[in-house]
Write a protein that binds this ligand. Sequence first.
Ligand SMILES: [Zn+2]
Length: 420
Amino acid sequence: MRIRPFVVLLLLAVGLFICAQDENFAANPQPSKAKPAASPAASAPASSPARATKPVVDQTAQVVIFGYHRFVDNVKRPDTEITPAAFEAQMKELKDRGITVIGMQDLLAWKRGEKSIPPRCAIITLDDGWKSQYDVAWPILKKFGYTHTMFIYTEGVQGGHFGGGQAITWEQLSEMRDAGVDIQGHTATHQDLRKPYDKVAKKRLSPPEYEQWLQNEVVGSKQLLEQRLGIKVNCFAVPYGFYNQHVKDVARNAGYEAVFTVYGQPITYNAPLDSLGRYLIEANKPKVFEDAVKMISTSSGGGGQPVAEVATTNLSTSPADGETVRTALPLIKANLSAIGPADPGSVQLRVSGLGLVAATYDPKTGTVAYQVTQKLREKTCTVILSAKSGGKKIEAHWTFGIEDTAAATSASPSPTPKKR
Ligand SMILES: [Zn+2]
């Protein structure tokens, strides 16, 4: 998929803010626990003593998160509906492409540095609590052995203010919980949380009323889910993908570990936990799914030989994975000596926005280098390094940010509202 520049800019800005201000939310929101691993942001560069205590996780793995709404044979609202056949075909495609469906808690454990995940993963999320998620989607997911997450807004469950005949029931949610389905928060009434307006009461809210209302939407709905179902809710999907810093602060204080938006993008190890993008899949935009899948599929041509992913930490990359540099013309470097002698003709370096570049490789030192000569225009740059060593193809991916103070303001995002 094409990531529009302003989205990247926003995400980068958010990322920088989080790194600077709020490492706790970004990396390890539960400081009271036994401190299994230092936050990746704090421990990534240059420290060797940490190695002994920190579990080895594959930091080059990537995860795409899909979001679905309703499953119907006759699609009337293609912005939120999909046919069961199309959904099943997509689930099969994940399998066919070797993309592993993992649970949301696996993603969070990986990002805490506690657990490894396969190199290319997907997470399935179903939004808003529709009955067809129970009747139609769940049986399909079970057929593939996939686990999934339900993002529920509590007034949308049957019996609630918006819970009509097409809504899921608490009993169905309990049954899903018992079967291991992950159930998470999506507010009480599914409104734009930035706006001081209560659609249920049809009332504009004064600042104190807004705070109280926001507490109920973010905190009250979490408590209701936890009490009604006897679960722990640690993920929060903001309705329509709308949020601001205050909404995120309230979510963090409520104990949510991760906040989910609707800007689809592959989730990397260092992606900030307070704005994880999901791909919302719509019947009339099948390309969204295809693009997402392509984004994390190994792109080395179908049916080729297997490619071993190498952790970039072993390659002493520069810029480092997750680093932000102050120049749009960085010198990109990596050292291949850790993987053994590379076949010199096989070394390839690809840079997002530039494609294959004319990198140099010094077999004596194992150093691959490329001085960027055309300004990198995106705020996030992905580097893919591949080489053959002993007949085996290896590949490493990493991402760094480019700080450009001149371009750091302007454009605000205008995501399309997505609801029932
Ligand atoms: Zn929703």
